[in-house]
Design a protein around this ligand. Structure first.
Ligand SMILES: Cc1cc2nc3c(=O)[nH]c(=O)nc-3n(C[C@H](O)[C@H](O)[C@H](O)COP(=O)(O)O)c2cc1C
Length: 731
């Protein structure tokens, strides 16, 4: 079924019931404390459950004047009803010696208040109906939530796979709901059951045992300590025992077990009648125990945490929904007038925002274009070029708005020849980077009348810069010049900081340079975070990976492009000059502190964040660096730092691959192939591999790593990516 159906059902049920659920869950948390505070009282006597009824009744009869009943509650406390000095009394006893321990625990006012609010919102039957219905909605929310998580994770098998943190609400909503689903589901189900019971929709049929009074025996008369049943029944097995009303033989002992009731002749000890409780009664008893957690501290904590999760999930759920980018597609040309058809595959809505910017620029140039969703694929009569802009979800699958695309492609063939282009939006933090874009492109390539206009272009982590690059490349091939504007809603809202240039070291032959910066205020970056620089007002931002050498010194490694606005702007900065830029946290690319062995792989300026990570390796854990560049001279910029780090023990091994040193080109992937045992060992021992550099290098490196994973470790590469043992930041 479509993800959107599940999503909207999930949301709808939550909207309908959220206020009542909030009330029920908050009071539920308070009520979860009650069984714990009862259970910790010292009235449970160790070993009492193993005493026989014969022993207990003898002790109690010897101690008290007249016993009416003995009850064992869910806490294991033994309560006696007796007549003392002519008055009825109830109290807990020590069944070993009959000693009174305490009066029964009285329900505290706070729990009484919370119980009333929890059950009926102080609205009597109306409130009970509302709470019952909310519990029912909670079951539906839990079911649709399970389906949604499974869909997002790419199947039930991956239900508990790690989640990439995109933002606080999205991440924590999924993380906590995965663990809270079980208690929430049980609370909701038992809540509905208890409501149905209360309204007699589930009828509780009472036991109706008949005693054959005509055949009641009066002999042999035995003292009750001699009754077989009392000798063979342990105190822990019963729920309660009622003494006979009078001494007449027609009155009998009533003994209630967990699953049955027994009438016992008070003179001879014969069983007069016995009946199992009906199933409904047993289920009701279980539903009460599970829902109220009476008698179990662990269960009370479990369901208490489940209740606590509900308000959190309601709030984060609404934040996710209301923060989703809202875009309404406006088209100036109909689908059959358009020469360029842009179809979008999105789930969170961001990809559509990018596509809208692109469509806007085309419309400004009066290009007849149409923007729609990939699920709207149809016959487009005037289409000359189809542009797919799509995200990837699950384990490399289609996002919600593109689920039907591949089948529609077969069902709705175009009558004319057309070109096609695919832009994939994804994240290298996921094992199957932009896989759906590649798959869609592949399917289009198989059509007789479709021709690829460009290779698949991939955009990592919604990088506007990358999308702009694609747009420039595409528009040049089209013979036009399109410059996109970054929508305000897409801009990062993080505050900018001022940096002072400490120094600049340069390697003119390679057009690369290192900028040493000091943060004068604002954010506290970690190596691997990104520095967003806007070279001129109105210009798009460029991102650079940061290395942190000390609290006062950051480093960025930059390649200077001949016409590059930003790289040239940074290059002309003099020592002491100020730079305003924003630090963007890049959580998926921080140095793994818990890993005993780590391998860093970089090409060219990709070494930048690793310089900081090496410097931070003060514990001198095993750290390998593989670095690829054109010639040995390229190393001059970093040589001193590397040598110092190796001498200081912060870097254990350093290997280089130069592509223009000898006839035969050497790339980092060749080094990996040679050292495959080391790579296998590191992954096996829960170490980490970090990759930074070009996407082209990343592809080759991943290919090599995939081979090592399947050949040496018998697992897919994605297994280690999911465990965050492989981290990438490539561009
Ligand atoms: C649950 C989940 C699963 C994802 N799976 C993948 C994946 O397998 N491959 C990938 O490249 N990106 C994956 N992504 C990243 C998204 O494709 C990326 O964030 C995209 O920009 C989202 O676009 P949208 O907001 O238009 O849906 C995943 C994101 C989420 C939240």
């Amino acid at each position: 079924m479509m993800v959107s159906v599940w999503r909207y059902s999930h949301l709808l049920f939550a909207i309908i019931s959220s206020a009542f659920l909030l009330m029920a869950s908050i009071t539920g948390v308070i009520l979860a404390v009650e069984p714990i505070s009862n259970k910790v009282q010292p009235y449970r006597i160790s070993g009492a459950d193993e005493l026989s009824l014969a022993e207990v009744l003898t002790t109690l009869d010897d101690t008290y004047e007249e016993i009416l009943a003995v009850t064992r509650d869910r806490n294991g406390f033994i309560k006696v009803s007796a007549i003392i000095d002519g008055a009825n009394a109830e109290f807990y006893v020590n069944p070993f010696n009959g000693e009174k321990l305490a009066d029964p625990i009285e329900k505290q006012a706070i729990y009484q208040f919370a119980t009333n609010l929890h059950r009926s919102l102080f609205l009597k039957s109306t409130g009970r109906i509302l709470i019952g219905l909310s519990s029912f909605f909670l079951i539906l929310i839990a079911i649709s939530g399970i389906v949604l998580i499974a869909k997002r994770q790419g199947g039930y098998r991956h239900f508990f796979s790690p989640i990439v943190r995109e933002n606080f609400s999205q991440y924590h909503h999924v993380v906590y709901s995965r663990f809270a689903l079980v208690p929430i589901f049980i609370l909701a189900l038992t809540g509905v059951y208890l409501s149905l019971l209360r309204f007699n929709i589930i009828p509780e049929t009472p036991i109706s045992m008949e005693v054959d009074y005509d055949n009641i025996k009066e002999e042999p008369a035995l003292p009750h300590a001699e009754f077989e049943l009392f000798k063979n029944t342990q105190l822990g097995d019963i729920r309660d025992l009622e003494y006979p009303f009078s001494e007449f033989v027609e009155d009998y002992y009533i003994i209630r077990y967990r699953d049955k009731e027994v009438f016992l002749n008070q003179v001879t000890g014969d069983i007069l009648a016995e009946e199992k409780f009906p199933m409904v009664q047993i289920i009701s008893s279980w539903a009460t125990v599970l829902h109220t957690a009476e008698g179990s501290i662990l269960w009370a904590i479990f369901v208490g945490l489940g209740s606590l999760a509900i308000p959190f999930l309601i709030i984060t759920g609404f934040v996710i929904y209301f923060k989703r980018p809202k875009t309404k597609i406006r088209n100036e040309f109909s689908k059959n007038q358009a020469e360029i058809v842009i179809l979008v595959g999105t789930e969170g809505g961001t990809t559509l925002q990018f596509a809208e910017q692109f469509q806007k620029k085309l419309l400004e140039r009066k290009v007849p274009c149409f923007l729609g969703m990939m699920n709207e694929y149809n016959r487009f009569k005037s289409m000359q070029q189809l542009i797919l802009i799509t995200a990837t979800y699950g384990q490399g699958e289609a996002p919600a708005s593109a689920e039907k695309f591949l089948s529609l492609l077969q069902k709705k063939p175009q009558n004319q020849n057309f070109k096609f282009t695919t832009v994939g939006f994804g994240s290298t933090a996921y094992p199957h980077f932009c896989q759906f874009a590649h798959e869609a492109h592949q399917h289009l390539s198989q059509l007789d009348n479709g021709t690829a206009f460009m290779e698949v272009f991939t955009v990592n982590d919604q990088s506007f810069e990358a999308f702009q690059n694609w747009c420039t490349e595409w528009s040049q091939l089209q013979g036009m010049d399109l410059r996109l504007e970054k929508p305000k809603t897409m801009g990062n809202t993080l505050p900018s900081s001022t940096f002072k240039v400490l120094n600049k070291s340069e390697l003119p032959t390679d057009e690369t340079f290192l900028l040493n910066l000091k943060n004068l205020n604002g954010a506290k970056p970690i190596s691997g975070d990104l520095l967003s620089v806007v070279p001129k007002e109105g210009e798009r931002e460029r991102l650079y990976s940061l290395g942190k050498l000390s609290d006062n010194s950051l480093v960025v490694s930059i390649r200077r492009h001949p016409n590059g606005l930003c790289s040239n702007y940074l290059h002309q900065l003099e020592d002491g000059e100020k730079l305003t830029a924003t630090v963007i946290p890049n959580r998926n690319f921080h140095f793994p502190k818990n890993s005993k062995k780590t391998i860093l792989i970089a090409t060219g300026t990709g070494i930048g964040p690793f310089l900081g990570m090496i410097e931070e390796n003060t514990n001198k854990k095993e750290l390998h660096l593989y670095w690829g560049a054109r010639t040995p001279q390229s190393l001059n910029l970093y040589k001193e730092f590397i040598q110092k780090s190796m001498q200081g023990g912060k870097l254990s091994h350093f290997k280089t691959a130069y592509s223009r040193e000898k006839e035969e080109k050497v790339y980092v992937q060749h080094l990996i192939k040679k050292d495959r045992d080391l790579f296998a060992q590191v992954l096996k021992k829960r170490g980490a591999i970090m990759i930074c550099g070009s996407i082209a290098m990343q592809k080759e490196v991943l290919y090599e790593l995939q081979d090592i994973c399947s050949q040496e470790l018998g697992r897919d590469l994605s297994y280690f990516q999911n465990k965050k043992q492989i981290k990438m930041d490539c561009y």
